[in-house]
Design a protein around this ligand. Structure first.
Ligand code: AQP
Length: 329
């Protein structure tokens, strides 16, 4: 079986962007591939985190993986910091990365602007090295990536090739895996920006754990336009986003939605989107809440996941260390 690696950061409460753009698609991969689904807490601390929030979100994220349909018996679900090889391999790769490669990354430029000035951590700059370590440690064949992560994966491939050339063949070169239905969900208040869990204005974000009332309010307030006709085009980014959300939830197409809503107004579209969201999220939320109750069962899952991940990751790390010239022990 080919290997897939993917992860989500517990850097904020999960949004429907994370869910519809990645998590929902992972579920379809688990039968065909050997999947590693990681909760990337080491990545999350590249920006400031409140310890108690990080703890809560990490476990909640694991429950969301499982509630979304990822089977812990079929896949390796684990917490990144439980596998020390990630930090170690990341350092080894950092020392083989050029400053220019890191400072050119769009996400670094965006986030360093967002978090401003001197408070930016060096971790934010080195983020792609940690991501490369995540992927390369498991001899990953395929990485499901949203458009926003393509550049990082390209750097991972460059780093793998560089290491293979500088020392000797060590890493498999991973390929991007672009899912057929990979929706990119935009912010409801500024639909030219992607919906992000750490954005400031919560009105633009539907969190996975938002209550039906909150979902209703946020969708009702979503920015639209003055055209008054439901089209799927870049000139109407708010409406386009609502259609994308609906399509991802109801497995339909923009063409079909436009047909269904011919002669209807924005309010009707918003009602349907709200309904579709609540239909999808309510059962998911109930499952998450039930899973969170049983801390012992969760501990078993992440302990088992870390054991499996550690075994594979350590083997790769040892290889790297040996080739670099470290004394084996
Ligand atoms: N708006 C989005 N639409 C579709 N996919 C999205 N993803 C994120 N936002 C959207 C996908 O979610 C996965 C996990 O993302 P991440 O936790 O690694 O961090 P991110 O991509 O930086 O996501 P956020 O929500 O924007 O987090 P913060 O605010 O912490 O940076 C990825 O596969 C991503 O493509």
């Amino acid at each position: 079986k080919k290997v897939i690696f993917s992860g989500i950061q517990p850097s904020g409460d999960l949004t429907i962007g994370n869910y519809l753009g990645s998590l929902k698609n992972w579920v379809k991969l688990q039968d065909e591939y050997d999947c590693y689904f990681c909760i990337v807490d080491l990545h999350a601390i590249t920006v400031k985190q409140v310890p108690s929030d990080l703890r809560r979100r990490t476990l909640e994220l694991m429950c969301i993986y499982i509630a979304a349909g990822i089977d812990p018996n079929k896949n390796t679900i684990f917490i990144q910091s439980h596998v020390p090889a990630h930090s170690e391999a990341s350092w080894l790769l950092t020392c083989n990365t050029y400053m220019g490669e890191l400072s050119r990354m769009t996400q670094f430029k965006d986030k360093s602007q967002r978090y401003g000035g001197e408070s930016i951590s060096a971790g934010l700059l080195a983020y792609p090295d940690l991501m490369a370590a995540d992927i390369l440690l498991y001899n990953t064949d395929l990485v499901p990536v949203g458009g926003d992560q393509k550049q990082h994966l390209e750097l991972t491939r460059d780093l793998a090739n560089r290491f293979n050339n500088n020392y000797s063949p060590t890493f498999k070169i991973p390929e991007p895996y672009i899912p057929k239905a990979g929706a990119r969900i935009m912010d409801l208040q500024d639909p030219t920006k992607k919906m992000s869990k750490s954005a400031d204005n919560v009105n633009g974000i539907i969190f996975l754990m938002d209550s039906p009332e909150v979902i209703k309010k946020k969708i009702a307030r979503a920015v639209t336009d003055t055209v008054g006709v439901i089209n799927y085009c870049n000139e109407q980014p708010g409406i386009k986003n609502l259609i994308d959300i609906l399509c991802a939830l109801r497995s339909t197409t923009p063409e079909q939605v436009i047909k269904d809503f011919e002669g209807k107004g924005y309010a009707e579209l918003k009602n349907t989107v709200t309904e579709a969201l609540i239909d999808e999220l309510e059962p998911l939320q109930n499952k998450v809440k039930a899973l969170l109750e049983d801390k012992k069962a969760l501990e078993e899952i992440y302990t088992e996941g870390a054991k499996k991940a550690n075994y594979v990751a350590m083997k790769t790390l040892r290889k790297m260390q040996k080739k670099i010239g470290f004394i084996p022990h």
